[in-house]
Design a protein around this ligand. Structure first.
Ligand SMILES: [Cu+2]
Length: 133
């Protein structure tokens, strides 16, 4: 009788932990409004400004922007101590280490603002894409 109770207790514990985990994942993905497209694009003195935050990866990871406009990719770090502070934008031959907290403008010419532009962290595990169309 006793070992049976222990097994039932353990099984229900596992089910509880698992459902908490699934619930947390579900809530996490639904509140992931940072993946929204276009909300981080503004116009400033005739240039298109794309805001990207760099901390534990890049946010948002997908951005839709207008092609053929002079553009600035504005990268902001904020107490960032992970490798997202090391950013490369291969298409622009851009590479830089950011300070833990700063804002850096990466200029993109109107001619370069076409198709897909990707940024990637120093180790290649974090990335963001800008789709100019
Ligand atoms: Cu990395």
């Amino acid at each position: 009788m006793k070992p049976k109770l222990v097994i039932i207790f353990l099984v229900s514990l596992v089910i509880m932990v698992f459902s908490f985990y699934m619930l947390a994942r579900l809530l996490g993905s639904s509140s992931g409004g940072s993946e929204s497209v276009g909300a981080n694009v503004t116009m400033e003195n005739g240039a298109q400004v794309i805001a990207i935050s760099a901390k534990g990866g890049y946010t948002p990871r997908q951005t839709n922007a207008t092609a053929g406009l002079p553009t600035v990719i504005r990268v902001t770090t904020s107490n960032s101590y992970d490798c997202s502070v090391s950013l490369a934008v291969p298409k622009l031959r851009y590479q830089r280490f950011f300070q833990p907290s700063e804002t850096v403008d990466i200029p993109v010419t109107a001619a370069e603002a076409r198709g897909k532009l990707s940024g990637v962290c120093g180790m290649g595990m974090y990335s963001f894409n800008i789709n100019f169309n």
